[in-house]
Design a protein around this ligand. Sequence first.
Ligand code: IVH
Length: 735
Amino acid sequence: MDSAEAKTRIAELRSQVARHDELYYRGAKPEISDFEYDQLKQKLADLEARFPEHASADSPTQRVGDDRVQGFVEVAHRQKMLSLDNTYNEAELRSFHARLVKLIETDDVRYTVEPKIDGLAVSLTYEEGKLVRAVTRGKGDRGDDITRNVLTISEAMLPRKLHGAAPRLVEIRGEIYLTQAEFERINAERAAAGEELYANPRNTAAGTIKQLDVTEVAKRRLSIVLYSLGYCEPQMVGSQVELQKQLRAWGLPVVEKYWIARGIDEAWEKIGELDGLRRSFAYGTDGAVVKLDDFELQRAAGFTDKSPRWAIAYKYKPDTARTRLKSITIQVGKTGILSPVAELEPVFLSLSTISRATLHNENEIREKDIRVGDLVEIERAGEVIPAVLRSFPEERVAGAKEFDLYEAVGGKCPVCGSKIAKIEVDTESGVGAAWKCQNYDCRAQRAGRLGFFCSRRALAIDGLGDTVAAKLVELDLVRDPPDLYDISLETLSTLNLGTAEEPRVFGEKNATKLVTAREAARTLPLEKWLYALSVPDVGESTARELGKRHRTFAELADSALLKAVLKKAALEEEKETQSPNSKKNPAKDDAEKERRKARRTEIDAELATLNEGILAGVPSDIGPAVARSTLDFFASEPGQRLLAKLKKLGIDPQGTVLEAGVFTGKTFVLTGTLPTMKREEAEQKILAAGGKVSGSVSKKTSYVLAGAEAGSKLEKAQSLGVPIIDEAEFLRLVG
Ligand code: IVH
């Protein structure tokens, strides 16, 4: 791989990791397991190390994930909440130890080994012994104030006042979680209401704590466990062991068990012991945290930007089990893609019985040589549906055939019987092939789109899970998602989700809840509606960007901006063909070379007009593929049908178009101390005027706003010739 290829790959990996961060931290709805996520991140870190020229301070490898959501008040932590470095293998654990020994200049190291709780990090502030605030980790330096929600935890579990002597001010850190029993109770309730089931306790706890309505939070019994200190004044303890004892003496809930280990060999042994016990704990665990015990030595070892050098998390491999693959069935998703599902001999794994698992796609079945009848190994990584890891070909019964998806479905969609076509799709391992049902009106696609339309990240129409969606489509009550608005409360109330013999009625309470949520969604902004309508290639962040640049669906359907994106792509393509020295298409003679040169000059001028005009500040998310598919979709029959339905319903979502300000298209870098303004105030003014703030100076920087004791950024600006302004000049520009 050369540097240019690495640059592209790094950019791809960064956006993948960022997407999974968003799903995990803010959406509490991850799509891949922690293990897969860590591997992705490791790949990125490896590439950044091999090609340091592409390293960047805002790579996800260099910062803490961000769990902040809208609607909560943000509060600064007195001491930063960091994350922990992860490892899955013993060798890396030992190199952690070796590095630490060098740092603290002694090999007489005492560690504690504690369970790594799989919950949601929280920081509690106690002032004069009284609980005054609870804050999420946020982005490390500041998080969301979730005090009201945390106060739903019973006083018996979480004392509002510390027992005995307390420091004047202390931040105590720990993890909020749901017990397995409480998680199962919640899911049973959801099943009875025909609602989508939650995937696991961790995400459910995270989703619960981020609810703005405290009465909803109170319906679920959250638990908490505490294990570390942030700011503390005055200091009362000098080691992790002392801290564990102090937390307990204050009456706070602590881990069931932790170990003291001298040296890394003993720590490794304790990690094994913990693995044997951890499944009996009230909270889920996914690893062991190894911490240097002595606080004085911890200070000597110090921190990186992201994590302490004195601690590491050793993550256990996810649980696996072996069972027999009975058959492979095919599911059709909202985009029409046919995905193979493993139907298994039921087997118990990680607290539940598993009888289905994902096989991802046909290529993977081939690569892993998985055949019907095989003994297979499955993994449940906690987060997602279990996956089939591998088969055991050596134990295969004679005659087992290779799987062929096209053959398995007889060349047509298993749901609607329409034609299927082979298409290219992005997979974790690059571009792959998949089969897709060609019928937009296929029942499976319709139900998939309806479920998605109502999902939390889309219009959040609570109460409509996959079962209800499938039923409404089966009864032909919904063709397109907006048809949901035409169904009466009575029809919904009497909806039978069961069978004729064993009816299970949706009920008035659930129906009322659904209708309320559906009405509330009417006024959500364009970006939400656009995302909710499943326009091909328009994901969440693209929808957000489009929503900022269009006022209505009507404007988007005929978007001048998207047409400009296509025009730009066409010009760039033409420019390639007009190269005077093109190998593929060499110029015949000098006259043609001249003609090409002239045309290229024209093209450059047209491109400059686009880039500095209508396309100024348009992010790369909105590229030609998105532009083509958005315009095509709204021009197509289904797209036109959707727009007509919205119009008839009186639903006209509005974009959040920012009025251009004096700094639109301008990027600022701030350095040094300004005479009267705080840095945040200056940043606010820049953002409010449509500008952007960046951390580093480059040729693209419009201005460097410099105050007293400005450092290297000022020098860089001088060397690049970037305009440098002071506070007075800045205030004059803002007006
Ligand atoms: S100590 C400076 N101890 O895991 C960081 N963290 O992946 C000190 N976690 O951010 C953290 N169990 O939210 C510590 N026994 C434990 C933990 C634990 C879970 C969480 C914590 C941390 C994350 C890192």
